[in-house]
Each structure stands twice: as C-alpha cells, then as structure tokens.
Design a protein around this ligand. Structure first.
Ligand SMILES: [Zn+2]
Length: 79
C-alpha cells in the first residue's frame, strides 16, 4: 500500500507517465483516498505548467541559480 512519502517520491514520475502500471494504480488508489496528496499532485502539475511557460524566456540565460530560486518561490506559493 502506498503512503504519502511514496507519493512525494514518485509524483514527478507519475505525472510524466514513467511508472509501471502496477505502481500507477497504487498511487492512483492512494490519491483517491488522500486529499493531501491530491492537492500535492495538483501543485506539482501547476508548477510544471508554470515552468513550461517560463522556460522560453530563460533560454538565453545561463543563470540556473536564479531559475532555481524562482522555482522554489513558486513551489512555496510565494508571489
Ligand atoms: Zn497521502
């Protein structure tokens, strides 16, 4: 049975579709019963789509540190 910490570990793989079917089903079943992890996955999804939007503007910049800071702020939900 999957626990919240497993969701945290596998979340990005789950969203990328990189998990074997058995694991996907296990995660899905946990998400169905656990609202915390549902919200967590939702946040990651939003972060990913935000990053996809930011990326083209950052193409000419080699300052990955600034991007990392930006991502940290986004994941914390800061403005
Ligand atoms: Zn959970």
């Amino acid at each position: 049975m999957f626990e919240c910490k497993d969701i945290a570990e596998e979340a990005s793989n789950y969203l990328d579709g990189d998990l074997p079917l058995g694991k996907r089903i296990g995660l899905f079943l946990h998400i169905v019963i656990c609202s915390c992890c549902r919200e967590y996955l939702q946040q990651i999804k939003q972060t990913i789509s935000t990053v996809a939007t930011i990326k083209p503007q950052e193409q000419h910049s080699t300052d990955t540190q600034a991007l990392a800071e930006k991502l940290r702020a986004i994941s914390k939900g800061e403005p």
